[in-house]
Design a protein around this ligand. Structure first.
Ligand code: UDP
Ligand code: MG
Length: 314
């Protein structure tokens, strides 16, 4: 029977953890009873350097329940890195790994379907949201715009899929070989290959606590996603440069015609205007190039992605 690990990254989740744990353990029990997964399946919580009682709660849960494991990171490294730490710890122990957010906004009732797809031969099963009724208007629309932008920029990612997915052990092992520091897992997982499928669910509201993804983090996540996967922005600079040169040529012709027909070109407004315009474009271009150089800088340092302080694996 296959051993399932459910990996849950947690950052300041003291309000939701007890509830989440109850639901996940129930689910594991049901699935074990239905002979879907092994009885030695586990829930693995990764404490992403929380400053509240999160680790204390995980510790207590691990003492009380044999199915609960925990990993404590020494500092906050962000959702994606915390998830990667969890995958790395679970990989040697598990046959199947499912990742899910601690607030259980993703419907755990589709997990048995995911496991069934795995048994039918899929190595990766994506959880895909059917709709976003419960998200705020802003979250819904900004997320939608984000997916569209990603696709426009040529990043292969599954529409309306976040980090709720099943991966087989060999798929995770392959993913762990991607050594980059700018993690954008939902763009990286499709690169692994293998047979994949999707299950669909409705996303519910956060049970308690507040979103750990404020606008600022969402924007930086979007920029990371695009610049780690696509060089289109750099290409855009080139096309802009070519377009500007062509425009400049047209203006040159206009100026020559005006000169020879005796009409003197007067007024500096057009010159000032174009100066600012071109200056702005150059700055934008430099900014985009700088973004990539910054990425290269971070990657060549080859720092560890996280530091595991404590591990409770049974
Ligand atoms: N999270 C984390 N580290 C962080 C921020 C978030 O591990 O620095 C976890 C968080 O505990 C949750 C998941 O990432 O399990 C998703 O966060 P959240 O639900 O707040 O994001 P949203 O659903 O609002 O996008
Ligand atoms: Mg959430």
């Amino acid at each position: 029977m296959d051993i399932l690990y459910i990996v849950v990254p947690c950052y300041k989740e003291q309000e939701v953890l007890p509830d989440t744990n109850g639901k996940l353990l129930n689910l594991l029990q049901e699935m074990a009873a239905a002979q879907l997964v092994s009885a030695s399946s586990r829930v693995l919580y990764v404490d992403d350097g929380s400053s509240d009682a999160t680790w204390q709660i995980i510790n207590d849960l691990a003492l009380a329940h044999p199915q609960v494991c925990g990993v404590k990171l020494a500092g906050n490294v962000g959702h994606q890195n915390a998830l990667m730490a969890g995958l790395e710890c679970a990989c040697p122990e598990a046959d199947i790994i499912i990742s899910i957010d601690a607030d259980l906004q993703d419907d755990i009732r589709v997990i048995p379907d995911m496991v069934n797809k795995y048994r039918e031969g899929c190595d990766i099963v994506y959880g895909v949201r059917r709709e976003r009724k419960t998200d705020t208007w802003f979250k819904r629309n900004s997320a939608q715009a984000f997916y569209r932008l990603m696709r426009g920029m040529g990043v292969k990612s599954v529409y309306n899929h976040a980090d709720f997915r099943l991966m087989s052990r060999r798929a995770v092992a392959q993913l762990l070989r991607y050594r980059e520091r700018n993690l954008f897992l939902r763009g990286m997982v499709p690169l692994v290959g293998y047979k994949t499928d999707c299950v669909y669910y409705d996303r519910s509201a956060r049970m308690a606590g507040e979103s750990k993804y404020p606008l600022r983090k969402m924007l930086s996540f979007a920029v990371d996603g695009i610049t780690s996967f696509s060089i289109k922005p750099v290409r855009l600079i080139l096309s802009l440069g070519i377009a500007f040169t062509l425009i400049a040529l047209a203006i040159l012709i206009y100026v020559l015609v005006a000169y020879f027909s005796g009409r003197a070109v007067s007024g500096w407004s057009s010159i000032i205007l174009s100066m600012w315009f071109i200056g702005g474009c150059i700055l934008i271009g430099l900014g985009i190039v700088g973004e990539y150089i910054g990425k290269i800088y971070m990657e060549v340092k080859d720092r560890p992605r996280y530091n595991i302080e404590q591990k409770i694996i049974k």
